[in-house]
Design a protein around this ligand. Structure first.
Ligand code: UDX
Length: 449
């Protein structure tokens, strides 16, 4: 198959590289000439484990190339994927579809034969119909079949998620598009590694938003249960295990924390609410999820201040981790942003470190002192706070942290450690959804039981 990928952001670049690794011939396009030039030198625009090797090996094999020229990329293509951004429109939370529509029109202008145009970008229900109208008006003499193929990959695990997905969803309105997408994903169905679900285009568009909204709901649910555990003297990790072992609930996405962030959940939940409002079907559960999650991020700042005795003025807080999750440099909607603001508003000085996120963070956060590594950050701190659960913070020398800090206090917003581990190192400990003192049996006995 010959594939063109329009947009070389997260989804476009990872999908393009993985399709070429499947054996397809892929041309990735981007308007940003600097980005394409850097890709020619195998410099990745994003931090994603394993991506540079994957790109290099497929470029070397002659299956993957990069260009700024849409006409060149779509020439002879069997399938053209649109993977451009759909940011939240300022003010109303609608997905901004201008890049998708512009890309569809440009592709239709340059296609030299019938092809399938596949939307990979996350788009509200009904967008496929609009794209179809655009391409029909632009290229009335060609048959351009429009399909929807939402992407479910996670940052930091993107290649694995793409190559070993739980499922692939293809929304098609005709047999031609179905055949082309079946060929594109043949390597996955051959190994029977993933079910390829064919459905209608509108259904596929809703599946993407429903999946993200459901996952955001699951996280928000356990976060509220965590607050209840704290107040009632229970342990949210054990509650998560206790409910998650029920297969109907499932164990994944039940880690209580400082609230979800990133480029997808916040934007997609808002866009789903907008679509629902337009259809006059209010989604009250999703509305609650969005507002509870927003409130939670700032509440984490207050939690840290409370742990320091209620006063922030003149105190120094050391934040370990800034990105919205580990293994990414992405700071978009990271809880760290609201936490820093809440602490600074109350007069605290903030020091911080992150293995990959400092470059982005330094553009978004003012007045923060960025440090090299956990120990330098912890120096003279009144509270050391784990914000993001990077591996580098999972095996800290807690005694060293205790001796470096001015006040030996560990606030663990990701439940990486326990009361007992912290106490052994001489640190006071505040986790998420854990009673202020360990409940019942000691942790080790509980784990064994
Ligand atoms: C998400 C979806 O998982 C993916 O399918 C979709 O394509 C894009 O959005 P991503 O944003 O990369 O992927 O990250 P994910 O690993 O899902 O985490 C999202 C947020 O939820 C992070 O802030 C993370 O810290 C938080 N989270 C996740 C929790 O707080 N608890 C959990 O149990 C899981």
């Amino acid at each position: 198959m010959r594939i063109a990928m329009i947009g070389t952001g997260y989804v476009g670049l990872v999908s393009g590289a993985c399709f070429s690794d499947f054996g397809h011939e892929v041309v990735c396009v981007d308007k940003d000439a600097g980005k394409i030039e850097r890709l020619h030198q195998n410099i990745m625009p994003i931090y994603e484990p394993g991506l540079d090797q994957l790109v290099a090996s497929n470029v070397k094999a002659g299956r993957l190339s990069f260009t700024t020229d849409v006409a060149e990329a779509v020439k002879g293509a069997d399938a053209v994927f649109i993977a451009v951004g759909t940011p939240s429109r300022r003010g109303d939370g609608h997905a901004d579809l201008s890049y998708v529509f512009a890309a569809a029109e440009e592709v239709a202008r340059h296609l030299d034969r019938d092809a399938v145009l596949v939307t990979k970008s996350t788009v509200p229900v009904g967008t496929g119909d609009k794209v179809e109208r655009i391409v029909r008006d632009t290229a009335p003499n060609l048959t351009i079949r429009v399909a929807s193929n939402p992407e479910f990959l996670r940052e930091g695990a993107a290649i694995e998620d793409f190559k070993r997905p739980d499922r692939v969803v293809c929304g098609v309105e005709d047999e031609g598009a179905r055949e082309v997408l079946a060929q594109v994903y043949r390597p996955l169905s051959l190994n029977q590694s993933a079910p390829v679900v064919f459905t209608s285009r509108r259904t596929a568009e809703i599946i993407k938003y429903a999946a993200n909204a459901f996952l955001a709901t699951k996280i928000t649910f356990i976060n509220e249960i965590a607050d209840l555990c704290e107040a009632a003297g229970a342990d949210v990790q054990e509650v998560a295990r206790g409910i998650g072992l029920d297969n109907r609930i499932g164990r994944k996405f039940l880690h209580a924390g400082p609230g979800y962030g990133g480029s997808c959940f916040p934007k997609d939940t808002l866009a789903l609410l907008q679509s629902a409002e337009q259809c006059d079907v209010p989604l009250r559960i999703v509305e609650a999820v969005v507002s509870v999650n927003d409130g939670r991020k700032r509440a984490m700042g207050r939690k840290i201040i409370k742990a320091m005795g209620g006063e922030a003025a003149g105190k120094t807080v050391a934040l370990l981790g800034l990105t919205f999750k580990p293994n990414t440099d992405d700071m978009r909607d990271s809880p760290a942003i609201a936490i820093v603001q809440a602490l600074q508003d109350e007069g605290a000085t903030v020091r911080a470190c992150d293995p990959e996120g400092v470059e982005q963070a330094s553009k978004m956060l003012t007045g923060v002192e960025f440090c090299e590594g956990a120990y330098e950050t912890a120096k003279d701190a009144d509270a050391v706070v784990i914000v993001t659960e990077w591996d580098a913070y999972r095996a800290l020398d807690l005694k060293r942290i205790a001796s470096l800090a001015r006040n030996p206090l560990l606030v663990d917003l990701r439940n990486v450690y326990s009361h007992e581990e912290a106490a052994k190192a001489g640190l006071a400990y505040v986790g998420i959804g854990k009673a202020s003192r360990p409940v019942g049996l000691p942790q080790t006995a509980r784990a064994a039981s």
